[in-house]
Design a protein. Structure first.
Ligand code: SIN
Length: 304
């Protein structure tokens, strides 16, 4: 069940998403020691950030809502970590989320000399007050990619917000193809959702008046739609993320066209054991179907 993205081979297609439990060196080593097939770092900014005030994450019945606000140790710490994480002998993906184009260029220039295998530029965090999601501004996306692709010496992919309109898919895909991005990860959480506790008559998280990114089961159909559309429109591999909780979910994402998948909410709720459980469930499901490699069914979703 190996898969390849930008010439980097993954032992199987299931690894962590930039988001939960990948901030500290200990957390990253725990991912390295788990059955995750890669190690993705928390999206890093130029300087360290405490993030938004707590409570800023809540598991809710069908998923999660968060407004973490990119708490991270700053890019230099993650670049240093790549040297140590290399010992786990699995691909390392450095997630980058500079708060300006200049910051992104600085981080990517430094990342060229790191031990990361791939760079994932996060254009879609909905949780930094005063910073709109770049992926919803197509002109800015074009400008950012023109600048960073000139600098990046490692394969650089982008993490996108969810889109909901076929015209938007086409417009974004045209930009991504023009800049030859190495891969696309979709989707980030559905931004600015509101979850209300009716007993307490208040939202369940504090930042931004309770507005936050929705993850988990709520968003799986939207994530599948984004994977499907982008895998049809793009010249590069797509990594799916959004609501994967079981092995059969992985199967569905690959059937829709994904080369790999990332785990967010389920990792936060279950811890590193989710990688082995979901991998086993996925392999058992494939075996039942008689499939021995992801190429047997990737993108082969039937139509009615
Ligand atoms: C956050 O730190 O706010 C979540 C990460 C993201 O949405 O990109």
């Amino acid at each position: 069940m190996q898969t390849t993205i930008a010439s980097v081979t993954f032992e199987h297609p299931i690894f962590n998403a930039a988001g939960p439990l990948c901030v500290t060196t200990e957390e990253l080593n725990a991912i390295g020691n788990s059955s995750s097939s890669a190690i993705v770092t928390k999206s890093c900014t130029r300087t360290s950030r405490d993030g938004n005030p707590e409570p800023r994450y809540r598991g809710v019945p069908l998923g999660s809502i968060n407004s973490m606000g990119l708490p991270n140790r700053g890019y230099k710490a993650y670049i240093n970590d790549t040297r140590v994480l290399k010992e786990h002998k699995k691909p390392i993906i450095l997630s980058v989320s500079g708060l300006s184009l200049e910051d992104n260029c600085t981080i990517i220039t430094a990342a060229n000399a790191s031990d990361a295998d791939l760079l994932e530029l996060n254009l879609s965090c909905p949780n930094v007050p005063g910073k709109p999601q770049v992926g919803y501004d197509f002109e800015q996306t074009d400008t950012v990619l023109a600048a960073v692709m000139k600098i990046a010496k490692k394969p650089l992919g982008v993490k996108l917000p969810p889109y909901f309109d076929f015209v938007h898919f086409e417009q974004v895909a045209k930009i991504l193809n023009k800049h030859n991005v190495a891969f696309v990860t979709c989707i980030n959480s559905i931004g600015n959702a509101l979850y209300i506790d009716p007993v307490l008559e208040e939202p369940v998280i504090k930042p931004k008046g309770g507005f936050g990114g929705l993850g988990g089961q709520y968003i799986k159909p939207t994530a599948l739609a984004n994977v499907r559309k982008f895998s049809e429109l793009l010249d590069c591999p797509v990594i799916g993320v959004g609501g994967i909780e079981k092995g059969v979910d992985v199967f569905e994402f690959i059937l829709a066209g994904a080369h790999a998948v990332q785990l967010g909410t389920v990792f936060m709720e279950e811890g590193v054991g989710c990688f082995e459980r979901i991998r086993k469930e996925f392999e058992d499901y494939c075996a039942k179907k008689g499939y021995t490699s992801v190429e047997d069914f990737r993108g082969k979703l039937k139509t009615l």
